[in-house]
Ligand binder design. Structure first.
Ligand SMILES: [Zn+2]
Ligand SMILES: [Zn+2]
Length: 444
């Protein structure tokens, strides 16, 4: 009889002792996955465009506060003073040790979702031009936010296993490339402890869910937008001798620009010069006054970027001069500030990769090649002074990735209206990888 009484008492004691500190990450993820799926679907159904992440940032800030983080909202300054920057940071101090920054993005894209999923976004809003657009988390930032909040939750429960300061940072306007810069222009590192490490993840549809990928060194390129205005002297299409035809100059410019990468740049320094837009003229028989081009330049190294920008200016102006366009109608080359490249600190990423292998299994951690797409996370490294890394989070059904690799079957990528990541296993992997990464960097 007495022993029977002991059993419930022992069980109660056990329940007390089996606190979160003793649960494995897997058990904690199992416990919370249903609620994370709800969070994910809620965020997925309520996407907000860049520069307008008001409700999303308030939600993430609220969740961090509930977990005990000291939260600061509305960090950031844009060039356009009408925009509010919805950057947030949550700080959790837990004894001496390194400061680790974990970033998520908050924004979504003007894309009309066509996945047909029950939780597909129906959101429509007006863009900056006042035009109604649909909005979708077509880049998976909803997955990132949910993994971020899951990681924050587990780490608050696992405080006995780490020591240091955890900074959870929600960045607005990643898609427009000005959110990270806005936060730094607002001196974010004076509002929070300056990190010793900064880490982020990004979903990758071409990698199977359950896996993570990593790229040491330069992994994403800088992106710079350039507007070129070629001014000619318009006139009748039947009398070219009375004009300076900007269409012909523009055609020569487009072709000549191809020689920058092929002839002026070292083949060992990846670079891209793309003319993505060319507009001029109104009809068959009018030689227009001007033609406008829009270019994107991608490089890893800053010195390569600077050299290419100088080459573009030289070539454009040189061709206009050769065509006899007078000095006062010389072309205008306007460089918009773009996004810096992303350099994954090799020591840091290799350290994390070995932690990922322990957490997820060797077969689920894949080294991946760099790409020329862009991401503004690199700004948080302060020109590579703070070791920074972003790793890829596999997001697609393995069978679909296999079919894509073997037969080229369609696999909707990031920014596609059909992008439909597998939420559950991707969230499990995202939280596990990110939590393991932070625990490694701040382990007692
Ligand atoms: Zn994106
Ligand atoms: Zn993205």
């Amino acid at each position: 009889m007495r022993s029977f009484l002991l059993v419930p008492a022992l069980l109660a004691l056990l329940a007390l002792n089996v606190s979160a500190q003793q649960l494995t990450l897997d058990a904690m993820i199992e416990r919370d996955i249903a609620s994370w799926l709800t969070t994910y679907k809620t965020l997925h159904g309520a996407p907000e465009l860049s520069h307008r992440e008001e409700k999303t940032s308030a939600f993430v800030a609220g969740e961090l506060r509930k977990l005990g983080f000291t939260v600061t909202e509305r960090i950031g300054k844009y060039q356009n003073a009408e925009w509010v920057s919805y950057g947030i940071v949550g700080v959790l101090k837990n004894g001496p040790g390194p400061t680790v920054l974990v970033r998520t993005e908050l924004d979504a894209l003007p894309v009309e979702e066509k996945t047909g999923l029950p939780y597909a976004s129906q959101v429509k809003t007006k863009n900056d031009a006042g035009v109604e657009v649909s909005v979708m988390h077509a880049c998976g930032h909803d997955l990132h936010m949910t993994s971020f909040l899951g990681t924050a939750k587990l780490l608050t429960e696992l405080k006995s296993r780490w020591s240091g300061t955890l900074v959870m940072l929600g960045q607005p306007a990643e898609e427009t490339g000005d959110g990270a810069r806005a936060m730094l222009l607002d001196d974010v590192y004076t509002k929070i402890p300056k990190p010793d490490f900064a880490i982020a993840l990004h979903d990758e549809p071409k990698l199977e869910t359950g896996k993570v990928g990593y790229t040491p060194g330069y992994s994403m390129a800088s992106a710079t937008s350039i507007d070129v205005k070629i001014k000619g002297l318009g006139g009748h299409g039947s009398a070219p001798e009375t004009t300076k035809d900007p269409v012909v100059v523009a055609a020569q410019v487009v072709m000549a620009l191809q020689t920058i990468v092929s002839r002026e740049n070292s083949p060992l320094d990846p670079a891209v010069v793309t003319v993505g837009s060319i507009h001029g003229g109104t009809r068959y028989n009018i030689i227009p006054d001007e033609v406008n081009l829009q270019l994107t330049v991608r490089t890893y190294k800053e010195e390569v970027r600077k050299r290419i920008l100088a080459s573009i200016e030289r070539i454009v102006k040189g061709i206009a001069t050769t065509a006899g366009i007078p000095e006062d109608r010389s072309p205008i080359v306007k460089v918009s500030e773009g996004t810096g490249s992303l350099y994954n600190d090799p020591q840091l990423i290799e350290r994390l990769a070995s932690v990922f292998k322990q957490a997820l299994g060797d077969e689920n951690v894949v080294k991946m090649p760099p790409i020329m797409a862009s991401e503004d996370f690199g700004y948080f490294s302060l020109d590579q002074k703070i070791p920074t890394t972003l790793f890829w989070l596999g997001a697609s059904e393995p069978a679909k990735v296999k079919a894509y690799r073997e037969t080229g079957a369609a696999l909707p990528g990031l920014h596609s209206a059909l992008f439909a990541p597998v939420p559950e296993s991707t969230l499990r992997t995202g939280v596990k990888a990110m939590s393991s990464a932070v625990l490694e960097l701040m382990k007692r």
